[in-house]
Design a protein around this ligand. Structure first.
Ligand code: NAD
Ligand code: USQ
Length: 393
């Protein structure tokens, strides 16, 4: 199958591109490199050194004998999107290419606007290109579990049967997202569901939980194939940060009470979920939603597990929560669709954290301790872009 991976230079896009290529698919990646410019803006960067996109595809060819086509381009430019779809003629498009950090979207007005315009307009351009060029292309779009938020009812896979005043309907599950970033994914989901209804597009929206881990079979083959590992308080995600803090001998920073229950997934399962979605496309006109997470734990339990697994142990610190979110709540979510297609999940209690510790140990001298501290305050609404990005007023 020919698969175009949008956002193929990112944390998840690059391992996915190699995973699909290794399994016989013909892969092209498209990325505008903006993730690397956020690093420069925030004064942070990947803990694990990463090669340029050009060096990555060259190294992949040397190591595997397979070629990945590398397209540099911005999804905000419709000509680029149409050109890539016409030129490569994909059967599936996997869309990772969005600004994906909730704290980045909450820095100030400019960052909120950038996040929503980049994400929503990029996705609209992809939808239009598919709608005009070839409606058989299956779009596999990365959504997020945070679209649903943390309602006091069980979270279903995308849809909900509702009976109201004696009549019933099937509606999109109600959304209660927790940042302007998460909201951008909700807007995308609504646009995509509409495109399925009116143009008959085939779309799979993968509502993914928080990803942890850094290694897949392919990234481990050569240091030039490594994917990024973020630790800073803007792009670093919680389990990756806890593992890094443990290795550095720092307390694990649980925001607030730690009763926030979060759905999670191992990076090795992410790449397999994408393969399963591509190889089992949605029907024409179907807006299919999968919850791409395998387990959920309260943050304080995640911190305890990391502290218990790390050979040197770790302290746990409850810091003032920079976010506005429920700190104690119930949570239950459906996640049977991907398992029914054959996903065999890796669980957090597996050895992944142990292998992560050794990777982090090798690169721990690259950490900028200042970047670890949370500085983006959800309560602040400011148009002040003169403040250094990521600093609280
Ligand atoms: P990432 O930031 O590492 O990768 C995203 C890539 O998209 C970057 O390389 C960036 O340069 C590119 N990009 C952004 N805007 C673009 C544009 N307009 N044109 C072309 N390229 C553009 O993020 P990631 O962690 O790999 O996440 C990938 C996707 O998965 C995102 O959509 C994210 O919302 C979703 N997701 C991630 C996680 C997670 O824990 N990392 C969890 C759930 C969902
Ligand atoms: N948190 C801490 N300590 C930290 C960092 C975070 O307690 O040091 C808490 C946050 O307050 C939050 C939870 O951990 O309650 C998760 O935060 P996160 O930064 O790991 O994840 P989040 O902001 O939700 O975003 C990440 C990805 C995003 C993806 C999302 C999946 O960056 O792209 O969409 O996970 S989900 O959360 O399921 O929506």
């Amino acid at each position: 199958m020919k698969v175009l991976v949008l956002g193929g230079d990112g944390y998840l896009g690059w391992p996915t591109a190699m995973y699909l290529s290794a399994r016989g698919h013909e892969v092209a990646v498209l990325d505008n490199g903006v993730r690397r410019t956020y690093d420069a803006e925030l004064g942070s960067g990947s803990l694990v050194p990463i090669a340029s996109m050009a060096d990555r595809v060259k190294a992949w060819h040397e190591v595997s004998g397979k070629r990945i086509t590398n397209i540099h381009g911005d999804l905000m430019d419709a000509d680029v999107v149409y050109g890539a779809v016409r030129g490569f003629e994909p059967e599936s498009i996997v869309h990772f290419a969005e600004q994906r950090a909730a704290p980045y979207s909450m820095i100030d007005r400019k960052h909120a606007v950038y996040t929503q315009v980049n994400n929503v307009v990029g996705t609209l351009n992809v939808m239009y290109a598919i709608g005009e060029i070839d409606r058989d292309i299956h779009l596999v779009k990365l959504g997020t579990m945070g679209e649903y938020g943390y309602p006091n009812i069980d979270v279903e896979e995308g849809w909900l049967e509702v009976t109201h005043k004696g009549r019933s309907d099937r509606v999109l599950f109600p959304k209660k997202p927790g940042s302007f970033y998460h909201l951008s994914k909700v807007h995308d989901s609504h646009n995509l569901e509409f495109a399925c209804r009116v143009w008959g597009l085939r779309v799979t929206d993968l509502n993914q939980g928080i990803v942890y881990g850094q290694q897949t079979e392919e990234t481990a083959l050569d240091p030039r194939l490594a994917t990024r590992l973020d630790y800073d308080a803007v792009f670093g995600t919680v389990l990756n940060r806890f593992a890094i803090q443990a290795v550095l001998g720092l307390p694990l920073s649980v925001y607030g009470a730690g009763g926030q229950i979060r759905p999670i997934i191992d990076i090795r399962d992410t790449v397999d979920c994408i393969r399963l979605a591509c190889e089992n496309p949605a029907d024409a006109g179907e807006f299919r939603v999968f919850n791409q997470a395998t387990e959920a734990f309260p943050l304080r339990e995640m911190a305890k597990l990391v502290a218990d697994t790390h050979p040197g142990g770790a302290q746990i610190e409850h810091v003032e929560n920079p976010r506005v979110e429920l700190e104690e709540h119930e949570y239950s979510f459906a996640h049977t669709a991907l398992e029914s297609l054959g996903l065999v999940p890796h669980l957090l209690s597996d050895t992944l954290l142990t292998s992560m510790f050794s990777i982090i140990e090798q690169h721990k001298d690259r950490v900028d301790l200042d970047a670890l501290k949370p500085t983006v305050d959800w309560r602040r609404a400011s148009n002040d872009s003169s403040a250094k990005a990521g600093t609280t007023a």
